[in-house]
Design a protein around this ligand. Structure first.
Ligand code: AHM
Ligand code: MG
Length: 348
């Protein structure tokens, strides 16, 4: 039988669903309670809801701004607010999460109440919709999530429980709403990517065990800010632009302005994404806890590297939920070379 999308039922049967994959992995841990699997299921369900809403943006009144300014001082898009609500709702309903930190909410959101509506042991930090100003112009956007366990010393979930370095993440992932919708995640044992088949509403394993090439030929940075980059970074950019066929230079610039989309492309093809400190944003623009850390865990699990230019992202000790960090992330050799230029060890 041929389905609407041209795939036959037997084609689809070749693919493992996200749910099957999670259950199989869980079976490797004999004492697992299934809570973590249910948490991932809740996140994937929210992702499907956001995906559905986004596919109708432009037809129904969900694109454009809410007129509010979010905690970052940025204009909040209606889809930002909607995506935040969908993830909070799914996590609250699912019961496995005790604390949420979201880009769209100033404070951490505890899910345990006096009525004890959740005994969840997991903390989820997320950017519900990254790059959302791109929705109006039909460019890919994404959700990024980071998962920690509630440390034993905390009886009740509170912000301090979430302020753990990225190396303590138990899992991290993103959903890219692009020409197709993909969920990519890691639990610290490699990285796997699942493509949403809209005809059956399931994420199917399409990219098993993703590895990022050691070096690439593309770099992603907002070069409009060039004048405020530090001199090491300017030298590195000039190096990437030089003509040298032996090292495949000049490299190409690819910058969508949607971190998840830029990261996803670089992960599959090799490349480097940079959001450095600039005079306007001395600490960089991206947020450590729900943008840099989860992507850093994914990139390292795929064989790549993530740093703030000097230090490994995953080792940074956070002091607040919405903390920013400069970010150099992608192919191992490209990030290392950036660090060499920034330290002055290399000038050309
Ligand atoms: P957001 O979380 O408010 O959407 O901001 C993050 C976005 C990233 O997706 C993107 O890479 C970056 O901001 C683009 O910033 P700029 O326009 O300064 O280049
Ligand atoms: Mg963001």
């Amino acid at each position: 039988m041929i389905m609407e999308n041209g795939l036959s039922v037997s084609d689809l049967a070749q693919f493992e669903t996200l749910e099957q994959f999670i259950i199989e992995r869980e079976a490797n841990f004999p004492h697992s309670t299934g809570a973590f699997s249910r948490l991932l299921r809740d996140l994937s369900i929210a992702g499907k809801v956001v995906n559905r809403d986004m596919r109708r943006a432009g037809l129904v009144d969900i694109s454009g701004t809410t007129g509010e300014i979010n905690v970052q001082g940025e204009v909040q898009q209606k889809m930002d607010a909607l995506a935040h609500q969908e993830f909070v709702r799914a996590l609250r309903r699912g019961g496995e999460c005790c604390l949420i930190g979201s880009e769209e909410h100033a404070e951490a959101i505890p899910l345990r109440t006096n009525s004890g509506d959740s005994d969840g042991e997991y903390i989820v930090l997320l950017d519900p919709l990254d790059g959302s100003s791109n929705i109006e112009v039909n460019v890919s956007v994404g959700t990024i999530f980071s998962i920690y366990r509630l440390p034993e010393e905390f009886d009740e979930p509170e912000l301090d429980a979430a302020l753990q370095p990225g190396v303590q993440q138990v899992a991290a992932g993103y959903i890219v709403y692009g020409s197709s919708t993909m969920l990519v995640y890691t639990t610290g044992e490699g990285v796997n990517g699942f493509t949403l088949d809209p005809s059956i509403g399931e994420f199917l394993l399409s990219h098993p065990d993703i590895k990022i090439p050691k070096k690439g030929k593309q770099y992603s940075i907002n070069e409009g800010n060039y004048n405020s980059f530090d001199s090491g970074l300017k030298q590195y950019i000039k190096w990437m632009q030089q003509n040298d066929p032996d090292t495949s230079r000049p490299y190409s610039t690819r910058y969508i302005g949607s971190f998840v989309a830029d990261f996803h492309r670089n992960l599959l093809k090799g490349g480097l994404y940079i959001y450095p400190s600039t005079s306007k944003s001395p600490d960089g623009k991206l947020r450590l806890m729900y943008e840099a850390n989860p992507m850093a865990l994914i990139v390292e699990q795929a064989g790549g590297r993530a740093s703030d230019g000097r230090k490994r992202i995953l080792d940074k000790m956070p002091d607040r939920l919405h903390q920013r960090t400069p970010l150099y992330i992608g192919s191992d050799e490209m990030v290392k070379m950036a660090e060499e230029f920034l330290s002055g060890e290399r000038t050309r």
